[in-house]
Design a protein around this ligand. Structure first.
Ligand code: AMP
Ligand code: ZN
Length: 472
């Protein structure tokens, strides 16, 4: 069955046609490791995980590369402002190298908790400086760059189809009042491929180059690293929707200018996770992390279930109520499967209606292959469970197959699942454990009483606590 994917380049769903039969090369823009990733970032990484799992389910051998941005991403996403890494270093008092290592590790740990499959390779921007310098040299030979006092810039007027991804209206673009805008830029849309270190100071991360000491522009890393790992033209490139007008537009420009060939065939973008106040972002200061969810008594997979429930191209508004509903549904689903397992042996006499089995398998495949329609795929799982003409054993077999795409660990025993314990109670129990650890016994007692008022008795046992319902 064909897979159709929404290609931002053509603004339409297109049948996926790989460059090499049976193989898919996928490049996804990874985290900037100056801080923790929030659950909004992970919505994008999960959509990319759904894509990868769908391709694998369809038998593709997927080569997935994800970059780690550990240099060059400026606060503005463009060419102005400080490097986020250097800013993170000031904030934490640690070196840029230390924070890169720390936040990369936390990112990988969180991704694992969300059942996001790791890429074949993580490429760090700082490990591909030579490839990035080579690409600037290539652009220089072809006459696409010019040097200003603060860096080397790509001349976007030299590329006839610049801005094709974002369908930028170049003529009509207004510069606005950007503070610190570089007057030496020839065109509003020109962007830096190399920025010079400040004349009066040193950066923690800087390298020599034919144009002067400095560091690569943020967009350049993805062009150079995708070329080094997947080749000049590859199948699919993904990222969050915010990457369309600047980052991916500029990536396409410099890749295609240097290589003289098309970059990726399919460009896919995930919509934002939003809050009441707009896009979830790190610049707002406080943000939700995977650990925040765990501390509040949720499983990271509750959030995965929540993301599966909304199509990746639709905005998703975060609220604790929505997460609560996802948690309830996920736990119900797991408990239904647990019951199926217990009953499987008792119902061997049910003859499966193979038409029903095939109907659900086909429906599931049709859903995921329709531009990753995961909400519909989830509905197929529930419908499969309800169908009386299929034996428990056959249902289990199908659901375990479906879970290769959903990644919800549906068959894995989860001792800590407490269907009847509200998230609020679990959060209080975690707080009490922390209070006891800090030897704040007064607070620990208060929290125990609070939990009691919500209908649960905390029983301290060796190595942890147990909860007893005292509702009745
Ligand atoms: P960053 O660490 O800022 O480079 O972002 C990592 C990824 O998260 C990028 O693909 C962004 O487009 C994406 N992203 C940023 N904010 C959000 C959000 N609120 N919802 C979904 N994806 C986001
Ligand atoms: Zn990128």
């Amino acid at each position: 069955m064909d897979i159709t994917l929404f290609n931002t380049l053509g603004r339409e769903k297109q049948i996926f046609k790989p460059i090499t039969q049976g193989k898919a090369g996928v490049y996804t823009c990874g985290p900037t490791v100056y801080d923790y990733q929030h659950i909004g970032n992970f919505r994008t990484f999960m959509f990319e995980d759904f894509l990868k799992r769908v391709l694998m389910y369809n038998g593709y051998d997927v080569k997935h590369i994800m970059n780690i941005t550990d240099v060059g991403h400026l606060v503005s996403d463009g060419d102005e402002g400080e490097d986020k890494m250097e800013k993170g270093s000031e904030r934490t008092g640690k070196t840029v190298w230390e924070i890169a290592e720390y936040y990369t590790k936390v990112f990988m740990d969180d991704a694992k908790l969300l059942n996001i499959l790791p890429p074949e390779k993580y490429t760090k921007a700082t490990e591909y400086i030579k490839e990035q310098v080579d690409m600037i040299k290539c652009l220089e030979e072809k006459g696409f760059i010019y040097v200003t006092s603060d860096g080397v810039y790509f001349d976007t007027s030299k590329l006839s189809d610049y801005g094709k991804l974002a369908r930028l209206d170049i003529e009509g673009l207004e510069e606005g009042s950007r503070i610190g805008f570089n007057e030496e830029k020839k065109n509003k849309t020109d962007f830096a491929v190399w920025k010079f270190s400040p004349k009066d100071g040193r950066r923690q991360m800087e390298w020599d180059s034919p144009w002067g000491k400095g560091f690569p522009g943020w967009h350049l890393e993805c062009s150079a690293m995708s070329k080094a790992t997947l080749g000049v033209t590859f199948d699919i490139h993904c990222g969050g929707i915010d990457h369309v007008p600047v980052h991916h537009t500029n990536e396409i420009a410099q890749s295609e200018a240097c290589n003289g060939a098309e970059s990726a065939h399919y460009w896919m973008h995930g919509a934002f996770l939003e809050e009441e106040t707009g896009k979830m972002s790190k610049s707002k200061g406080e943000f939700l992390r995977v650990q925040t969810l765990i501390d509040k008594g949720y499983s990271p997979l509750d959030y995965r279930y929540m993301c599966l429930g909304t199509h990746y191209r639709k905005r998703l508004l975060f609220s604790w109520d929505v997460l609560d509903s996802a948690k309830t549904a996920r736990v119900r689903l797991k408990n239904r499967i647990k019951a199926l397992k217990e009953n499987a042996a008792n119902f061997t006499n049910i003859t499966n209606d193979s038409n029903s089995v095939n109907k659900f398998k086909d429906k599931f495949l049709a859903s995921i292959n329709d531009d990753l329609n995961m909400p519909e795929a989830l509905a197929v799982v529930w419908d499969t469970l309800k169908d009386e003409s299929i034996s428990p054993a056959a249902k289990l077999e199908m659901i375990s197959e479906f879970d290769r795409v959903l990644g919800l660990d549906l068959e894995k025993a989860e001792a800590e699942i407490k269907q009847d314990v509200p998230a609020e109670v679990i959060a209080l129990v975690n707080e009490r454990i922390a209070a006891k650890k800090a030897r704040d016994f007064k607070l620990a007692d208060e929290l125990r009483d609070k939990v009691k008022s919500l209908g649960f008795e905390i029983v301290d046992v060796k190595g942890g606590v147990k909860l007893k319902s005292i509702k009745n």
